[in-house]
Design a protein around this ligand. Structure first.
Ligand code: MG
Length: 210
């Protein structure tokens, strides 16, 4: 598959939502270890907003679809999760103006713009035990796959794999952001819930093409 369009972007978000929904309990359990235990239900609300935006955007264009998904996620209650997810999707929206379809280059640029959007919300970097530990490697892997001439599904599969590895790497890290920061060394051994959500979303993105 050389290019994807509106319908494929809508389906990758629905697939991501399904992956998150299957793991709401697990995500809350991860958060309970180092935080307040609400991450799963918060992500569930974010996915309600995503699914609603996908269904209400029918007939619009790619930019509007991603903007509506981002705005929906931005507006949920629940601490930093909504603004972070919202800025990811709204950043992606910025990169697809006037585009009806995305080749691998445009796909990589879209995810890079999403990452840039998140960077406006947080100073967290790889190694700080946050969603960035999954997001940055995923975006980088998608870029590298596209630069190596891979197809859109192959690039998304590479992104999913990198995100999962990144999320798993957070077990070895000490939290430097959010509520978990107060627990310091006690966060060692626990996988970051935000990074895990990102990994599940990228897994869904990739699975939409299987
Ligand atoms: Mg929480």
């Amino acid at each position: 598959m050389e290019k994807i369009g509106y319908d494929e972007i809508a389906s990758i978000f629905n697939a991501a939502s399904m992956r998150i929904r299957e793991n709401i309990k697990e995500l809350s359990a991860l958060d309970a270890a180092t935080g307040d235990g609400d991450h799963g239900t918060t992500m569930g609300r974010a996915m309600d907003a995503v699914e609603k935006a996908v269904s209400e955007s029918a007939g619009s264009d790619l930019k509007t679809l991603l903007y509506n998904i981002g705005w929906g996620a931005m507006c949920i209650d629940g601490g930093s999760t909504g603004p972070l997810m919202g800025s990811l999707f709204m950043g992606m929206s910025d990169a697809v103006a006037d585009k009806e379809s995305l080749d691998c280059e445009a796909l990589a640029a879209m995810f890079e713009a999403g990452l840039a959007g998140v960077r406006k919300q947080t100073k967290a970097k790889v190694g700080d035990k946050t969603m960035m530990d999954a997001l940055e490697p995923a975006v980088k892997a998608i870029r590298e796959a596209c630069d190596a001439g891979k197809s859109v599904p192959e690039a998304l599969a590479a992104g999913a794999e990198a995100a999962m590895k990144g999320a798993e790497s957070t077990k070895e890290l000490v939290a430097r952001f959010g509520r978990a920061k107060n627990l310091g060394e006690r966060t060692l051994g626990h996988q970051d819930p935000g990074a895990t959500s990102i990994a599940l979303m990228f897994k869904g993105f990739a699975e939409a093409f299987k």
